[in-house]
Design a protein around this ligand. Structure first.
Ligand code: SAM
Length: 279
């Protein structure tokens, strides 16, 4: 008999056929579950919400990593907040130039589970430049000043431990943590499903940064089939890449390229109107 797992949140659901559950743990912060699915490969859920499936994770990880990376052009010091599955780190580690790859996740149990059961994501942790910090990202970033060139926020949704990563105070801390020319990229939800959340975080970014924009990423197993990346900087129009992948890196990418970078910022009329961008 077939077995199905349902993600249900915000009045919206999707159901995935699984072959087996391979891991379950209630950590201090969230319920961690890993499944093998019939069609989509391995799948990580936190508190019943799909974080990734093997079938389409490359779209999210590549865009969250390379879009802010190439918007900056040559970041030396990079911080990932959240990202405990290792996928965004895996993408950043493809670049030989950065000297610092810090990751701050609140939940070490996610990292442990990824290292054991999600080797294709967690391989990013093997890079010798990586330093792992276990802390609430909103507290960790408050202690930093003028240090990072790039901060990427790969967080869960605002309902759980990710809540402090969506407000204006957090964006003020992000700004303070950056070196001149720094760029931020944050997980920015779907305007179809959570228009208020998207609008509030764009407003929070705007109240702190000169250039703020919103890029769309096509990810079939996120609710509504897409998710956004909010990009922010005081010095750069992040919709225009300052550099692009060389042949070696381009060969390792399946979603990101220069044209996709630029096109991701094109907004349907209703998104431009809702978020106050020119259409
Ligand atoms: N790509 C995913 C998505 O948007 O569905 C996010 C994946 S990643 C596994 C999310 C990570 O954010 C989790 O490992 C979780 O522990 C971490 N996280 C949640 N709240 C956090 C906080 N306040 N500080 C640092 N990490 C946090």
């Amino acid at each position: 008999m077939s077995e199905w797992v349902t993600e249900a949140a915000n009045g919206y659901g999707q159901t995935i056929e699984i072959t087996r559950k391979i891991y379950e743990k209630q950590s201090k912060y969230q319920k961690i579950e890993i499944f093998d699915t019939v069609k989509l490969g391995r799948m990580l859920m936190l508190d019943g919400i799909i974080q990734f499936t093997d079938s389409d994770e490359f779209a999210y990880q590549e865009m969250m990593a390379h879009l802010p990376y190439y918007a900056h052009g040559n970041p030396e010091r990079i911080l990932v907040i959240g990202g405990g599955d290792g996928g965004v780190l895996r993408e950043l580690a493809k670049h030989p130039e950065p000297q610092v790859l810090d990751l701050c996740d609140i939940d070490e149990e996610v990292i442990k589970a990824a290292k054991t059961y999600l080797p294709e994501m967690a391989c990013g942790f093997d890079d010798p430049r990586v330093n792992i910090h276990i802390a609430d990202g909103s507290a960790f970033i408050k202690e930093k000043e003028g240090y990072y060139d790039l901060v990427i926020v790969d967080s869960t949704d605002p309902g759980g431990p990710g809540a402090p990563l969506f407000g204006a105070e957090f964006y003020a801390s992000l700004k303070k943590a950056l070196r001149p020319g720094g760029v931020v990229g944050t997980q920015a939800e779907s305007p179809w499903l959570l228009p208020e959340v998207v609008k509030n975080l764009i407003d929070a970014a705007r109240s702190n940064f000169r250039y703020v924009d919103y890029a769309a990423i096509s990810v079939p197993t996120y609710p509504t089939g897409m998710i956004g990346c909010c990009t922010a900087s005081d010095t750069k129009n992040v919709a225009v890449p300052a550099a692009e992948p060389d042949d070696d890196i381009a060969r390792k990418l399946r979603y990101y390229n220069r044209r996709v970078h630029e096109a991701a910022f094109a907004k349907p009329q209703f998104v431009a109107g809702m978020l106050g961008f020119e259409s």
